[in-house]
Design a protein around this ligand. Sequence first.
Ligand SMILES: Nc1ncnc2c1ncn2[C@@H]1O[C@H](COP(=O)(O)OP(=O)(O)OP(=O)(O)O)[C@@H](O)[C@H]1O
Ligand SMILES: [Mg+2]
Length: 221
Amino acid sequence: MLELKSICKSFHDGESELQVLRGVDLSLVAGESLALLGASGNGKSTLLQIAAGLESPDSGEVIILGRTLASHSERELAMLRRRHLGFVFQQFNLLPGLSVRANLLFQRRLNQQTDDDAWTDEITRVLGLAPLMERPVEVLSSGQQQRVAIARALAHRPRVLFADEPTGNLHDTLSRQVMALMVKLVAESECSLLLVTHNTEMATFTDRRMLLEEGHLHEMA
Ligand SMILES: Nc1ncnc2c1ncn2[C@@H]1O[C@H](COP(=O)(O)OP(=O)(O)OP(=O)(O)O)[C@@H](O)[C@H]1O
Ligand SMILES: [Mg+2]
């Protein structure tokens, strides 16, 4: 479903070079969920962006749904992301000027999926968004925006869901509910989940845990 092979990535800042990823391997089968842990600045977001085809590695290979990303044209990559991948970004990236409903349904509409759907109803209910549906997203609190970001990423039933600290702004009870919903999606639709989190409790919801440290990934218990 998702495979990373020997991924390397460095950033250059004037004279200095920062080697963030030094040969990362990762494999996620359909329906499997994995939490990526690691200290701030260790490269978790960078790894997620590369795995999702939003950033290129310096070397190494990313394979999604059986095909290497390097063999996709820009258009094919955009189509793959639109139809089969979901993202919850660390900075929500909601569409300003649009309502919660329009944000939630945006990707479904692009994919010509219907608006009315038991799945979107369930997401809306579980995330407590029903009273907020007609509000513009920019007037919402950060916790509310985070719930919209999660709903939006799930609405089109992606095959792989990438989530970067999706519960960072939520209180404990809601964090657990959100994690439970994500795991439910994974179980129900054979979607895979790659989750970045600082929170070891959130990481207990996923099938596997890996630690990113000094550019390398290690499987955890
Ligand atoms: N576009 C960029 N240009 C230069 N340096 C970058 C860039 N993106 C990330 N970095 C650096 O790479 C390192 C890893 O960043 P990254 O955002 O992946 O960390 P992270 O593990 O997600 O941290 P956090 O837990 O705080 O979100 C950091 O030192 C960061 O400053
Ligand atoms: Mg990050």
